[in-house]
Design a protein around this ligand. Structure first.
Ligand code: DGL
Length: 259
């Protein structure tokens, strides 16, 4: 048993989509969330820089006493988690695009994936895609520009709608019936995507799978918090704290911290 916090980081506000699934499943766990918005987006950066930033975030969370680290960012997971696991003793949970469930369930044998350049060009993504996409065509699309709009509070903007149309139209022409959201920022686009996509296209992300994996790894390592604990949730941003505050529906306070 351990009431030490679960540390969660992302390149910005998007990983709160993962944090909220973890908090829903494990409300008795204390959590610390780091939004590295100052360095967003990670997507266009190279593997070396993404790894450096992931190390910086991990070390801050470890200084704050975290017992486990959730890398709530597909780009950081696919580029840096191997290095993190080798370098630190705590367990790491990563997030990867949900190719497997989409590939198993597609009827049209064609699925779309929207993710960052860093994720789609990573070795880990290609390994997963090759493993599960047996006989299934995967239409890959880099979501260039989506993260900066979300980081600037422009989820419901005309620019966003234009980009989403641009990125999904070729997928629809290819007859996808599943759209995999391979970036933790993108679940915030689901309301807009639902209005743009036909009903037969199912949108999936990895949030609930990551929360269940976190629960399992805590239990395996005897690190779960006592269920009588009422979990505290702490949020730090090195960008504009009000953007994180808004994404959290103003339910939690956000501390500005330079890291
Ligand atoms: N939220 C991130 C992900 O899951 C990174 C987005 C970015 O910073 O480009 O990939």
């Amino acid at each position: 048993m351990s009431n030490s916090p679960i540390g969660i980081f992302d390149s910005g506000v998007g990983g709160t989509s993962i944090w909220s699934e973890i908090h829903k499943l494990l409300p008795h766990e204390n959590t610390i969330y780091l939004a590295d918005s100052k360095n967003a987006p990670y997507g266009p950066k190279g593997k070396e820089r993404i790894t450096e930033l992931s190390i910086k975030n991990t070390e801050l969370l470890l200084q704050k006493g975290c017992k486990i680290i959730v890398v709530a960012c597909n780009t950081a997971t696919t580029n840096a988690i191997k290095h993190l696991r080798k370098s630190y003793d705590v367990p790491f949970i990563g997030i990867e695009p949900a190719i497997k469930p989409a590939a198993l369930q597609t009827k049209s044998k064609t699925i779309g994936i929207l993710a960052t350049k860093g994720t789609l060009s990573s070795e880990l993504f290609h390994k997963t895609a090759d493993l599960y996409a047996n006989g299934v065509q995967i239409i890959e699309q880099v979501g260039e520009g989506l993260v900066p709009l979300i980081e600037n509070g422009k989820i419901d903007s005309p620019e966003m709608e234009k980009l989403l149309n641009l990125y999904t139209t070729p997928m629809l022409h290819a007859n996808i019936d599943y759209l995999v959201l391979g970036c933790s920022h993108y679940p915030y686009l689901i309301p807009k995507l639902t209005t743009l996509l036909p009903k037969h296209v199912t949108i999936i992300d990895s949030g609930t799978a990551v929360a269940k994996q976190t629960q399992a790894i805590l239990a395996q390592n005897d690190l779960s918090a006592e269920t009588s604990n009422s979990g505290s949730c702490t949020f730090y941003s090195n960008g504009k704290p009000e953007i994180l505050y808004d994404i959290l529906k103003r339910d939690y306070s956000v501390e500005a911290l330079d890291f």
